[in-house]
Write a new protein. Structure first.
Lengths: 322, 344, 463
């Protein structure tokens, strides 16, 4: 197992470095990449030197990496007038805040709904659930949120606000500000549930038809015992790595979420950087690279969890036995 | 030793399909005596698996009980509700299946799968169940059972897996064991071992075994009695010697003729045609259209079971007192001639 | 037992050739069988019809209304902004009848209620007492009221007759009718008159004519009926089924134009992805070996690049043309088909019938296309049926965010974005595009799922 993992790790790192470099190059090739002189000329020259704007691109890449490790500096953002890394990382907590509860809530709910649908397959419970899943999966996420905002807040007025409270509002009225988080959290949970529910339902239905279920019943287990002790475990195992990967994903602020709920997190920064004139390339570079990095972490976590959960991989030669 | 432990009376079961009602079994009757092995032989689609599933109560959702009873311990199993049925399975009646790889839960250690039976059916505490499971594994011939308790199904060979399945089936000392083609998926050499094992366990535990197969060769070593099924009915039933050396039904003849036999150089006599579609059961004897020895009446009326001896019956019009005499096929004659040499 | 003993005679002679009886059940081909299965799935079938309906509207919809003002004269089109949806038969039931709530000054509303041109503008909500006496004691302290108006008539009123600022302009000493009056020459006047555009004449201005001192240069300051002039119909006969946008575009036309573009692009993207992916996948899957190893690395790199990054970088560099967007989608989109093609080829490459064909001397190409590819057809069709809504989904999300932003074309995501900003006051701007996407996506997904179940017989009988 260990050599297998190490090999995978090595490959992933190489891919990571290559892709980041590709981004970097592409960005550096943009026409309006280099900022025109602004502010204090001496300071501008210093910045130019530090980031190596006159030097060939691969060298710049090296400088960029070196800056990261020596100073923790990721580049300078004109829009935010500060080091992009500093700005970006300071916004991560806000993103995590709004992502974390829905994620952890949606897992048991999603599994539960999927199991329910599979157990009562084709009965009315399943039909309702299936229709619900179909609708929520089809309709784009932002449409659901926008419609919900409209109906819950503007029409029926049952939520305090259609956006979340800002930091200053928090210091004014803590409890009210906290209550503004209720609708987003509920909505985000609801949209996260159908995906998992659908997969679990499909997988569990499949597992229920497997031969080992027949054996389990011929052993004398009731349908219920056989389902929960055998089929369920087999059905959920394929999704566990995904769930762990998702935990890593909480860091990434959803662009749509943050825009619609006016969360001051990392997703928003992306849109700001994109829409700025000229675009805030340093920020974009960081966001892309960081996103890649998060993806890398997620893959590692995923691979490791596969080996933990699937005994065939753990004990075998690294290939999944058919 | 020859008391009846299970009685199947006139069982008829059908299935609802999108093409119509499939009449899988159309009136099957037989007894199982304590301590004997009854083999049920037939082609795919003859209804043999359905019969066994009916006995253990694990038919598919679209099944319909048209008629008949299955009497076990003074109860009719066809009328038994599921809540009571699961108490019988595993502890009184057990079953083993064709493909041991898919029968076992791939992500659970095998020992636990055995222990589970013990814990749930006999209420044994976990540590005791574990010990007992290891014992069982050793009994069925798995070396190093203590270590292998924690291994997964994919770490065992096919034969080993089937042994594990057998140990699961017998963990709670069932008295009836149904084997649904347990060796079909195994190599021939391993087949022998598994059959040996079943025979051995049968003697040790005084089991009654129903052995389902399409392979007459396998049956020869195992069965005390043989029932031959075709198109949802039993066409011949009798003691093993009777069916092998004095078969009366043309289908049995055809089966015996189509077995490759190393001892002779007779031409292989394949049975032409295919079994009938049981959604539209034919009128008369279903075997008629493939039957070399069919008579006019075979296409009009289905033959009843004619008595050949106290223990031997066959459903063919050829046994009617006024029916013409037909010559036995070569293969059957060869068998009779080699009778003395084959006996084990 | 009673039987006819005469029947106990053997029928067959020794040598008998038994032919297989013809099957009693009808035989059906794979496609017909799949279609049958598909038909049974009521949800998928209705989804299919809905999709057909949408396709029809996409083709025909944008031309259904010959309203071109927003393109030909955008500044005039502004006047017709924010008209509520009005649908012929439904308006009689009180829904989509073109009415809206409006809050306006007491004096203004009073003027409307009492002027001939303002007839029928206010539908409800204006108290009877105020119609007669603007200084009615009950309403002394009230300066503004909220009433329900017919938005078409209301719009015509404030665009042609009396602007909303009338009374506040008077208060401030400005010309209150400046926004609605036009000054015409005599010829223009005659022309407008003949076409019934003129409501009334405010003033006739005479001035000296430098060209001809004897004849005065007459100008007419008039109020024109803008609806009649620009739309050719009276407010009552004007129907904007989905209403109009802020700048006076017909939402119905815009929506179906946007839908048309996104569906065409979806088709293009899917087809391109399929061609590229399947071709490369087949070749790699079939020949395997080093090619496979190389591509494995390559694919892994491409796959790890998030789509968002590709999209943003490309649009930043090359602008927002349609082809840029298509390129962005296909740059990483071909991977799916590649995976499928490669998998299928691996699977079938070593099947007996392929080996048999090879022994018979079939060329590689022939094997690939005639033997292996048809087996994948079911898989391909299903995944593409589901790829189209996936594209629409992504495209709508990104145009909503503003990352995709066509210059000349409209996008449904953009419509939703605009609608969202105005959802408090003009909810219909949000509701129609949102509903469209919801129905389109749900239908496509149901349809795609139905296809997948239909082509996959192993699901049959699974209870």
């Amino acid at each position: 197992m260990a050599p297998y993992l190490l090999k995978r790790l090595g490959l992933m790192m190489i891919t990571f470095v290559i892709t980041v470099f590709l981004f970097f190059t592409f960005i550096k090739l943009m026409p309006d990449q280099y900022l025109d002189p602004f502010g204090d000329p001496a300071w501008y020259e210093a910045l130019k030197a530090k980031e190596g704007w006159d030097l060939p691109i691969p060298v710049q890449f090296w400088i960029w990496i070196r800056n990261i490790f020596t100073e923790g500096s990721f580049g300078f953002s004109r829009n935010k007038a500060t080091d992009v890394g500093f700005y970006y990382f300071s916004k991560i907590p806000a993103s995590i805040q709004i992502n974390v509860i829905p994620y952890f809530l949606s897992i048991p709910i999603g599994i539960g709904v999927g199991v329910l649908a599979a157990l009562y397959k084709n009965k009315w419970i399943d039909n309702i659930i299936s229709v619900g899943i179909m609708v929520f999966i089809s309709i784009p996420y932002f449409v659901i949120i926008v419609l919900a905002q409209y109906f819950l807040y503007f029409e029926l007025n049952i939520v305090p606000s259609h956006v979340v409270a800002t930091a200053s509002q928090f210091s004014e009225d803590f409890w009210w500000s906290l209550s503004t988080y209720i609708m987003p959290i509920v909505l985000l949970t609801i949209v996260a549930v159908p995906g998992l529910a659908r997969s679990v339902r499909a997988e569990l239905t499949e597992q229920l038809t497997q031969d080992y279920m027949l054996l389990a019943r011929s052993k004398g287990l009731t349908q219920r015992q056989a389902t929960f002790r055998h089929a369920l475990k087999n059905a959920i195992v394929p999704f566990l790595p995904g769930i762990f990967i998702g935990i890593i994903g909480i860091i990434n602020g959803g662009l749509i979420t943050e825009r619609l709920f006016r969360v001051d997190g990392t997703g928003r920064i992306y849109l700001d950087a994109f829409n700025a004139v000229p675009p805030d390339y340093a920020m974009l570079m960081l966001i892309n690279a960081f996103g890649q990095f998060v993806g890398l972490l997620a893959s590692i976590v995923g691979d490791v969890s596969y080996t933990i959960f699937d005994p065939r991989i753990r004990v075998g030669s690294g290939k999944i036995a058919s | 030793m020859s008391e009846k432990i299970l009685e199947v009376k006139d069982l008829a079961i059908s299935f609802k399909t999108q093409y119509g009602i499939l009449h899988a079994i159309r009136g099957v009757s037989f007894d199982l005596k304590r301590g004997e092995t009854l083999a049920i032989v037939g082609e795919s689609g003859s209804g043999k698996s359905v019969t066994s599933r009916a006995i253990i109560g694990l038919l598919a959702g679209n099944s319909i009980y048209e008629n008949g009873e299955i009497i076990y311990q003074n109860r009719d199993l066809t009328k038994l509700p599921e809540e009571l049925f699961h108490e019988i399975r595993g502890s009184r009646i057990s079953m083993i299946f064709q493909d041991p790889m898919s029968s076992l839960n791939p992500i659970q250690p095998v020992g636990q799968q055995i222990a589970e039976s013990l814990i749930f059916k006999s209420g044994m505490p976990k540590d005791l169940a574990q010990k007992r499971a290891v014992e069982l594994m050793t009994q069925v011939g798995i070396a190093n059972a203590e270590k292998r308790y924690f291994q997964f199904p994919f770490q065992f060979s096919g034969g080993m897996r089937q042994r594990i399945v057998i140990s699961i089936a017998l963990a709670n000392n069932a008295e009836i064991l149904i084997c649904d083609e347990p060796t079909t998926a195994l190599d021939v050499t391993i087949q022998g071992q598994i059959l040996e094992l079943i025979n051995q366990l049968k003697v040790e535990r005084n089991l009654s075994v129903i052995f389902i197969t399409h392979d007459l060769g396998v049956v020869a070593n195992m069965a005390d009695r043989i029932a031959v099924m075709y198109a949802g009915k039993i066409v011949e039933i009798g003691k093993a010697e009777e069916v092998f050396y004095n078969p009366k039904h043309p289908y049995t003849w055809a089966l015996l003729s189509s077995m490759p036999n190393l001892a002779t150089s007779n031409r292989l006599d394949a049975i032409p045609g295919t079994p009938p579609n049981m959604t539209f059961p034919p009128k008369g004897d279903p075997f008629a259209e493939r039957n070399k020895f069919a008579m006019e009446i075979d296409f009009e009326q289905e033959p009843p079971l004619f008595k050949v001896s106290e223990t031997h019956y066959a459903a063919t019009w050829l046994l009617h007192p006024d029916a013409p005499k037909v010559p036995l096929p070569e293969a059957v004659i060869t068998l009779q001639k080699n009778r003395g040499k084959i006996n084990k | 037992m009673n039987i006819d003993k005469s029947k106990l005679v053997l029928l067959h002679s020794k040598n008998i050739q038994l032919a297989d009886k013809p099957l009693k059940t009808k035989e059906i081909g794979y496609y017909k069988d799949s279609w049958n299965r598909f038909k049974k799935n009521k949800g998928a079938l209705s989804a299919f019809y809905i999709i057909l309906g949408i396709l029809f509207l996409v083709v025909v919809g944008p031309s259904m209304k010959s309203y071109d003002l927003s393109r030909s004269r955008p500044d005039e089109a502004f006047r017709f902004g924010y008209l509520e949806p009005k649908i012929p038969i439904l308006e009689n039931f009180g829904i989509f009848d073109g009415t809206r709530s409006v809050t306006a000054g007491k004096r203004f509303l009073h003027a409307i209620a009492n002027s001939p041109f303002g007839e029928g503008v206010i539908v409800s909500g204006f108290p009877e007492e105020l119609v007669d006496d603007i200084n009615h004691p009950n309403w002394i302290n009230v300066s503004e009221l909220t009433v329900k108006v017919d938005s078409y008539r209301y719009t015509n009123y404030i665009q042609s007759y009396m602007p909303g600022t009338y009374f506040s302009d008077i208060d401030q000493g400005k010309d209150p009718l400046a926004a609605v009056t036009q000054t015409l020459t005599r010829d223009q006047f005659e022309q407008y008159l003949s076409q019934n555009y003129i409501i009334d004449i405010i003033e006739i201005i005479e001035s000296n004519n430098p060209n001809n001192p004897d004849e005065a240069f007459i100008q007419y300051k008039v109020r024109v009926d803008r609806f009649r002039m620009f739309l050719g119909t009276s407010p009552d006969d004007t129907y904007f089924w989905f209403g109009t946008t802020r700048v006076g575009q017909d939402l119905f036309t815009e929506l179906w134009s946007g839908a048309r573009i996104s569906l065409i692009m979806a088709l293009l993207v899917v087809v391109i992805n399929a061609v590229i992916g399947l071709t490369i996948g087949s070749i790699v899957g079939y020949y395997g070996g080093i090619l496979d190893l190389l591509f494995d690395r390559f694919v892994e790199i491409v796959a790890s690049i998030p789509f968002l990054s590709v999209l943003t970088l490309l649009t930043l560099r090359f602008g927002n043309e349609l082809w840029v967007i298509i390129f962005a989608f296909t740059a990483t989109g071909w991977l799916g088909s590649y995976g499928t093609g490669r998998l299928q080829f691996y699977r079938f490459k070593n099947r007996e019938y392929v080996l048999a064909a090879r022994t018979l001397g079939a060329s590689d190409l022939r094997i690939m296309f005639k033997h292996i590819l048809p087996n994948t057809l079911g898989l391909i069709v299903t995944s593409y049926a589901l790829a189209i809504p996936a594209f629409v989904f992504t495209e709508a999300s990104f145009s909503f965010l503003g990352i995709i932003n066509y210059q000349n074309a409209i996008s449904v995501g953009l419509l939703i974005d605009q609608g969202q900003q105005e959802m408090q006051t003009y909810p219909y701007l949000l509701l129609f595009p949102a509903l469209y996407i919801a129905i389109l996506m749900t239908s496509f997904n149901l349809f795609g799922n139905g296809l997948r179940d239909a082509f996959n017989p192993s699901l049959r009988g699974v209870e």
